[in-house]
Ligand binder design. Structure first.
Ligand code: NAD
Ligand code: IPM
Ligand code: MN
Length: 354
């Protein structure tokens, strides 16, 4: 029988609260299926660990994680540890270290989910953002000069390699071709005349291999406007690391909120484990109250099941979320309900049992 080994990094703030629900859902799926098992190993890494040890994870952390089939992550970052230290030391280290160069983020308005846009139907918000996840604006290359003097300088360099752009763009073309969808590339070539013009060129070059895929190129400012004014123009979207980050929080806002937005950090070659997480942060403003919405974390479990090839269960988990949203009986406060995190988890499990 197949046994999926999952490394769990619940992390900080609401991370452990929502991950506890995701684990319960996944364990239930395995039980109901009966043909595979899941084995969780918890790692206490994060900001508390940092305050005790001076590191977000041990120096050999990646070697330890390497042996797992997937990483399930809650959220990283908490007041008291500088965000650049906590995220660089854990989340971004894993994304880069495991060459998880695809960040797949569905922006899909599920049945029953609230949408702040006027006169927009669920079918009109249904896209997937393919975010570059290994370089670009997040390459962490730069420096500081003349610190503490009036001449102080900070440099932050974007890194756009042909290899890095080509592989994410090709992934997006493949996805669009397979699913008979349009593909929109989002850049900012009018102002970033080196990196983004390079990306645009590669987008056109790679496109020659996919003559059937209908493509569009948009500037990120215009794309942001259309996300709100006319989201139905977008089906598959491919974009850089930073633009993908920003656009997917905007995407979350039009598709039910941060409590409903999931993301998969994929190493498509499966040379390293892929990592699944809600895209929200540790939400210090509500942490410890037991009211965090766990549905994004549950959606990321669905993405993990898809990645394992257990697609039927991936779909069933999404259906369970949709039933919950449609019935509106067990929802957390961000969705207008009065249920707590755990109750939402129990309701999802009950729906899966049928
Ligand atoms: P955030 O996503 O944590 O919170 C933004 C807002 O959304 C808050 O009002 C929060 O209460 C709400 N929210 C988020 N998730 C929710 C959920 N599941 N249910 C209900 N409400 C939810 O973003 P932030 O406040 O900018 O960041 C807080 C910390 O998290 C920072 O340290 C930041 O660096 C970190 N962060 C981590 C990740 C990650 O680990 N993937 C992502 C984003 C931010
Ligand atoms: C996300 C987060 C991270 C990112 C931060 C916490 C580094 O915002 O996963 O969207 O920008 O990628
Ligand atoms: Mn983000």
């Amino acid at each position: 029988m197949k046994n999926y080994k999952i490394a769990v990094i619940a992390g900080d703030g609401i991370g452990p609260e929502v991950v506890a629900v995701g684990k319960k859902v996944l364990a239930e799926v395995a039980k109901l299926d009966g043909n595979f098992t899941v084995e969780f190993t918890d790692f206490p890494w994060g900001c508390e660990y940092y305050l005790k040890t001076g590191e977000m994870m041990p120096a050999d952390g990646l070697d330890v994680l390497k042996t797992f089939d997937a990483v399930y992550l809650g959220a990283v970052g908490y007041p008291g540890v500088p965000d650049n230290v906590s995220l660089e030391g854990l989340l971004l280290k894993i994304r880069r270290g495991f060459d998880e160069y695809i960040n797949l983020r569905p922006v899909k308005l599920l049945k029953g989910a609230p949408c702040p846009l006027k006169d927009v139907t669920a079918a009109e918000v249904d896209m997937v953002v393919v975010r570059e996840n290994s370089e670009g604006e997040y390459a962490n290359v730069g420096g500081r000069l003349y610190r503490g003097t009036p001449r102080e300088v900070a440099l932050q360099t974007g890194v756009f390699s042909r290899h890095g752009c080509e592989r994410v763009i090709r992934y997006a073309y493949e996805l669009a071709q397979k699913e008979h969808k349009t593909l929109t590339s989002v850049t900012k070539g009018n102002a970033l005349g080196y990196s983004m013009v390079f990306w645009d060129e590669i987008f056109r070059e790679v496109g020659k291999d996919y003559p059937k895929v209908k493509t569009y190129s948009l500037m990120v400012d215009a794309a942001s406007m259309f996300f709100v004014k006319d989201p139905k123009r977008f089906q598959v979207v491919v974009t850089s690391n930073l633009f993908g980050d920003i656009l997917t929080d905007l995407g979350a806002a039009i598709a039910g909120g941060m409590g409903l937005a999931a993301g998969a950090n994929l190493n498509p070659e499966r040379k390293f484990p892929s990592m699944f997480e809600p895209i929200h942060g540790s939400a210090p403003d509500i942490a410890g109250q037991g009211i965090a919405n766990p549905l994004a974390a549950v959606w990321s479990v669905s993405q993990m099941l898809d990645f394992f090839g257990e697609n039927l269960w991936g779909e069933r988990v999404i259906s369970a979320i949709e039933t919950l949203l449609t019935e509106k009986k067990t929802l957390t406060p961000d969705l207008g309900g009065i249920a707590n995190t755990q109750e939402v988890g129990e309701a999802i499990v009950a729906m899966l049992r049928g």
